[in-house]
Design a protein around this ligand. Structure first.
Ligand code: ADP
Ligand code: MG
Length: 297
């Protein structure tokens, strides 16, 4: 009998039900370390889908960043026809919960916190979109800021929304639920992928145009907007109405307490035309993002 990773972990409670299986907390029997395990059922996947899933998991494993939920390892469990994906546990909840708590309490998220969350998300997305980190702010030998790096590999998230952005126990922001939308973008998952209301879907994706890094920027704009307004920028009574609103690209201004620079940044991310949206490279040049980066470095 070969030893399985799962033998080293004690299963704890279920914490979520994903579109393709369940999510469970597990504890390492030897060192007590708590992780999260995604239990993905592969019995309905084709051979091609299975090999694509494993290839994508390898990419995710190589993606190490303080603001990205860390994937540790994965294994195939033949007995239950599942792929188990082990990842870092984020004990601080997700942004959807934070937004709901604030809405219920009738309180706005302080602007300082909004910039801090935005800065961390931009750093996570920079890594994905350019395959490397930006030079440190105090790096005198860094190339001039007007030249973005040539990306080595481009990873698109494709499903940026408050439910997929986690907070760890120290309130650091972690982008999660990564790549799975792309990985499981197959026949059998399509139906379930689109169960949710596509509040964060960009106009070009609604028009069936290819998904690009700038489509992630649109979704980022939606998330930051919702963090301030406590409701998404585009809403509708039906999918058709929502899609119409998104394609028109009109949205109410942020609540009065938020600054003009924040308002402008969100509006730029929500430009209808993808090339008018700032890249993560441009976003990092924003004075307030630089300020918040400096506080973290
Ligand atoms: P899906 O979107 O397919 O349902 P997610 O990865 O978003 O799958 O997980 C669903 C839920 O499980 C999340 O909203 C969250 O409550 C919980 N969860 C997932 N990953 C983690 C994690 N790393 N740490 C803590 N909770 C998590
Ligand atoms: Mg999710």
């Amino acid at each position: 009998m070969t030893s399985l990773i799962q033998d080293h972990y004690e299963p704890l409670e279920l914490i979520g039900r994903g579109s393709f299986g369940q999510i469970r907390k597990v504890r390492h029997r030897a060192d007590g370390h708590v992780l999260v395990r995604k239990e993905i059922s592969y019995c309905r996947m084709s051979q091609r889908e299975k090999s694509q899933l494993l290839a994508e998991l390898k990419i995710l494993k190589g993606l190490r960043h303080p603001n990205i939920v860390q994937y540790m390892h994965h294994e195939r469990v033949q007995e239950t026809e599942e792929v188990h994906l082990y990842m870092e546990y984020c004990g601080g909840g997700d942004l959807a919960q934070l937004i709901k708590t604030c809405r219920d309490a009738g309180q706005f998220v302080p602007e300082r916190i909004v910039w801090s969350i935005l800065t961390q998300l931009v750093l996570a997305l920079y890594r994905c979109h350019y395959g490397m980190d930006p030079p440190p702010l105090n790096d005198l030998f860094a190339p001039p800021e007007d030249s973005p790096p040539i990306p080595s590999t481009v990873i698109l998230h494709r499903d940026i929304k408050p439910e997929n952005i986690f907070l760890d126990a120290d309130n650091a922001v972690k982008l999660g639920d990564f790549g799975l939308s792309k990985m499981l973008d197959s026949e059998h998952s399509l139906a379930t992928t689109y169960v949710g209301t596509p509040y964060y879907m960009s106009p070009e994706v609604l028009l069936d145009q290819p998904y690009a890094p700038q489509s992630d920027i649109w979704s980022l704009g939606c998330v930051i907007y919702e963090l301030c307004a406590l409701q998404p920028p585009f809403t509708g009574k039906s999918h058709i109405q929502l899609a119409q609103k998104i394609k028109e690209g009109r949205f109410a201004s942020l609540p009065a307490g938020y600054s003009a620079p924040l308002q402008r940044l969100v509006a730029a991310c929500l430009s209808l035309s993808p090339h008018k949206r700032p890249t993560t490279h441009i976003l990092l040049q924003s004075e307030l993002i630089r300020l918040h980066r400096r506080e973290r470095e």
